[in-house]
Design a protein around this ligand. Structure first.
Ligand SMILES: Nc1ncnc2c1ncn2[C@@H]1O[C@H](COP(=O)(O)OP(=O)(O)OP(=O)(O)O)[C@@H](O)[C@H]1O
Ligand SMILES: [Mg+2]
Length: 299
């Protein structure tokens, strides 16, 4: 029979383990990922939104930021009407919690609006305040996904360079592939320190998706000496466009479709870091991301 002292020792050990576990999860930082493309209209927002929902369905806490300087459209894709955006936060009219809106499956959305371009012109006081606010997201969310506009303007490049991971979307069309290569080349030139992932959208078949991705991966390795990770591909399907018209993401309205199955694979590969990319994904945190972002855009 165990004596009293031994029982107490076991109890103390259990409590210590529990506390250590809680402390380590508390210190876990948010992983920040930016979705981009060279050419416009290739499906960045469609991917960002459905992938974020796929992660929510897998039990993760996700915040999606709409950083498209043009027509931000994550809210439109969900039929939501945000009242405020980052601009209201920068100008101290609203707090971060006031501007965040909630989508399906408790997905949180930060509407960027006109505030995104303002991020480059913050004074020290504004900067300090938004960093404190955004820093409160760290650890609370597993992932922050940022949807950007197309192209490699200075603004978009700053977002790419500040993030932990960049997800490049392309279609199999030569113009889209060339532009995707261009974005990756820019990141290479600017010495991007994170990892680059690739998704091929609007494929006619799974084989076309795989071949397109492999070819681009080989070219990037050969000419830029960068190892990118292929996350998967999405078929060209009318339900995706239909979903946009109905303001319902396809992963919710057509959960049994091929596209929904593929999105789940893409989300899983990204969350797990798949076999090709064996290193542990970087979790730089939201605060760090914005610190780097404003530093870069002021250059
Ligand atoms: N796999 C797909 N099959 C069919 N239609 C698609 C697919 N992916 C995207 N689309 C359609 O293409 C259009 C553009 O998609 P989306 O808005 O996601 O692109 P984007 O890259 O975010 O565009 P932008 O550069 O303007 O931000 C939408 O109407 C969308 O429904
Ligand atoms: Mg978009």
């Amino acid at each position: 029979m165990k004596d009293q002292a031994e029982k107490l020792r076991e109890l103390a050990l259990k409590v210590r383990r529990q506390i250590e576990e809680e402390l380590s999860t508390e210190m876990q930082q948010t992983r920040v990922m930016v979705v981009t493309s060279g050419k416009g209209g290739v499906g960045k927002s469609t991917l960002a939104l459905n992938m974020a929902l796929g992660m929510c369905a897998a039990g993760k806490k996700v915040v999606l930021m709409d950083a498209d300087l043009g027509l931000g459209n994550i809210d439109i894709m969900l039929g939501l009407v945000p009242q405020y955006n980052i601009y209201h936060m920068i100008t101290n009219k609203k707090s971060l919690r006031d501007i965040i809106i909630t989508g399906p499956d408790n997905l949180k959305i930060i509407p960027g609006g006109s505030g995104v371009s303002e991020l480059a012109n913050l004074n020290d006081e504004q900067l300090r305040r938004i960093l404190v606010e955004l820093g409160t997201l760290d650890g609370e969310y597993d992932y922050m996904i940022i949807d950007t506009g197309a192209g490699i303007s200075n603004n978009v490049t700053s977002f790419l360079l500040a993030s932990d991971d960049v997800i490049v979307v392309t279609t199999p069309e030569p113009t889209s592939l060339t532009d995707a290569y261009g974005v990756i080349k820019t990141m290479a030139r600017e010495k991007f320190g994170g990892h680059i992932y690739l998704v091929v959208n609007r494929t006619a078949s799974g084989i076309e998706g795989m071949l397109t991705a492999e070819k681009l991966k080989i070219v990037i390795k050969k000419f830029l000496d960068i190892d990118i990770t292929i996350l998967g591909h999405l078929p060209n399907e009318s339900i995706i466009e239909e979903g946009i018209r109905k303001q319902e993401p396809f992963i919710k309205s057509f959960p049994r479709s091929q596209a929904a199955a593929n999105i789940k694979v893409i989300a899983r590969n990204l969350m797990e870091g798949n076999a090709i990319n064996t290193s542990e994904p970087r979790r730089g945190g939201v605060k760090n991301f914005f610190k780097k972002l404003v530093g870069l855009s002021k250059k």
